[in-house]
Design a protein around this ligand. Structure first.
Ligand code: SF4
Length: 228
């Protein structure tokens, strides 16, 4: 029997899914992977090991490091030829770590989600202060940092977590489809596997801390100027 993530992948491909995130999956003798925007290109550099995905996912087109693998800045110009389904699964896990198991768990109604405030409340050390972020600041931050399109950094995941225990959406600045799977977050409107976000990532937590710090610096400056 296939492992659960591999079975989910196989089912999605059988349903006609064209890929995941920015990746196009083509059935050949095995499978090939490339950037979805490279579908018509014939000048792609060929790679053949699923482990090549690590290097292909590391830098963007301008050779900048990609700290967030689900950001919409996957590099172009390559094709990865893979022998079979296990090799495809391994490569996808390197391009988008943990996303296939999350998808398989979600389909089985077993994907636990964590509200943002719960994630922030359990931070320790230098990140503890992130929990002081206001609801208004969360709205702005998530709307800017997690958006699928319209600027850096951005992220192609579908958000499944709420702001807090009330179940409120974390940002009203994002379109409703940012919270609905399996909408294609690249705006190409194709049938693709969704990249799910069940809990705020470390990068968002670090940004929340920065927002709190900046706002407390601003308040201190204002207080200082007011007392002069
Ligand atoms: S919190 Fe989720 S949606 Fe937002 S940037 Fe991080 S991984 Fe992407």
């Amino acid at each position: 029997m296939l492992p659960r993530a591999e079975r989910a992948l196989s089912d999605w491909l059988a349903s006609g899914a064209r890929g995941i995130g920015q990746l196009l999956i083509v059935k050949t003798g095995g499978f090939s992977l490339r950037h979805r925007e490279d579908e018509a290109r014939a000048d792609l550099q060929v790679f053949r090991s699923p482990n090549d995905a690590t290097e292909l996912a590391r830098l963007d087109d301008a050779e900048n490091y990609r700290p967030l693998k689900t950001a919409p800045n996957l590099r172009h110009g390559w094709v990865l030829e893979l022998a079979d389904l296990p090799a495809l699964r391994l490569a996808l896990d390197l391009f988008y770590p943990g996303r296939l198991p999350a998808l398989a768990a979600w389909e089985a109604n077993q994907l636990a989600t964590t509200p943002l405030r719960a994630t922030l409340d359990r931070q320790t050390g230098m990140y503890r202060s992130a929990a002081k972020i206001s609801d208004g600041e969360i709205d702005e931050l998530v709307g800017r940092f997690c958006r699928s399109r319209g600027g850096e950094p951005g992220c192609l995941r579908t958000i499944l977590w709420a702001r807090d225990m009330t179940g409120a959406r974390p940002s009203l600045r994002l379109p409703l489809d940012k919270f609905i799977a399996p909408v294609d977050q690249t705006e190409r409107g194709e049938h693709v596997m969704p990249l799910l976000c069940q809990e705020a990532c470390n990068l968002l937590v670090a940004e929340a801390r920065k927002v709190v710090k900046d706002s407390s610096n601003r308040a201190e400056r204002t207080g200082f100027e007011g007392s002069c």
